[in-house]
Design a protein around this ligand. Sequence first.
Ligand SMILES: [Zn+2]
Length: 485
Amino acid sequence: MQQKIKEIELILEQYQVEMQQNLCKLLQIESVLAEAGESCPFGVEIGRALDFVLGLAAGWGFVCENDHGYVGLVDWGSSDFQIGVLTHIDVVPAGSGWQTDPFCPRIIDGRIVARGAIDDKGPLMAVLYAFRAIKESGVALPVTLRHIIGTNEENGSQCLAYFLKHHTPPAISFSPDAEFPLIHGEKGILQCALLPDLTKAGETDGSSQVEDMILRWAKGGTAVNIIPDEAEACLKLTTRGKELFLQAYNQFEDKDGIAYDEKNGEVLVHAIGQAAHGSLPDSGYNAVALLLRFLSCLPLSGANGKYCRDIAHLMAYANDGGGLDMKLSDEYSCLTAAITMLNIKEIAVKDQESYAMMDMRFPVSMAGESIINKLHAGTAAYNIVLGKCLLKEPHFLPVHHPLVRQLLMVYKNITGDDSPPLVIGGGTYAREMKNSVAFGPVFPGEVSLAHHKGESISCENLLKLAKIYAVALCLLADMPKELFL
Ligand SMILES: [Zn+2]
């Protein structure tokens, strides 16, 4: 096997330039979620990107299948025992601020710059060439290698749900859609609406008996898994209310991020923060939380005022669940909880339209049910009820699991890096199946520009990825199958 591995690495080196060229062709296709077309449930461009990739693989002699535009399959081998690699071909929209055209890839300082370069088209192309090099080396593997190409990872992974409904998942698999050295645990996810309890709507906390200041509405946030960078509120003030507002504003500690405009007895308050992924609230600055902290310093009257203060107490002062009395952790990670969306409406009392959304990531050793029970307990003293919840249990493979050990060894042998595996708050394809982990493509110390402007992958790392994935597949194929049954 060692001889074959050397051969495979040489083949990959010969293909380095061609691999870059084909990656650039793939990056030119704007495979962003769009209106469904025929056999393209997530848009014509995603379909075109999938056809391009499957066309390449078929041309190299692989058995390929486009399953109704939901998922692409590239197979090598005829064993019932499958080793899978999970990548995705859809990308998030370009966004603003790019110095180059995000769908016209450029090589700048040894890096290919384009939307999707690292997430996930670069790794996808590396896996495709890993398969090709394995095939051309002539090595006989006692398994079937299956590259599963998703089409909807960035918008709910309906592609993977479709795959799991119509196909048997591979016995073992990895997904190059996160970080090296390896992700052996993904925290549980609880996304939940915190609603005003209308049965207690008449109760207030006595903060304001006079209606000098009414919260007409407040809103912020774009998606439940994104830390919001903007939030706004509208207040109706009496003359005395205006005085109280100014007093509170001047005393407010974080007023750098708060601005206000006044018009016809109404005040519009803006809060500015910094966006981040919902699983990493500390890496951004939550504008909704900031707005709520400010609003809860004001003597707001009525049910909206009470709702605002309740949500602020629970969610706006800490990202660690402290406000909910849920500051939990285990040996791998700590719980995080962030308010990611807010929509308070003036008419809330009548039709229950106001809501706040929470994105919570809980440690891998804890069960969803106990987390929900703790959340009920933590909110019980407030005029808050829990609305619709989306729960995903944690995904975890112990460090001594044979898949984890083998992949870590391959990574270490090729890079020399001995870092321990990671537990993350984000969710990857790996969590949807057993014996599956996320493995690369971002190296330790590298800043991932996934989802950001200027996304890129280094040409050197692209080749390194192909080598790591090819060697990993060969060595996994060589392991006793009983280890994974
Ligand atoms: Zn991705």
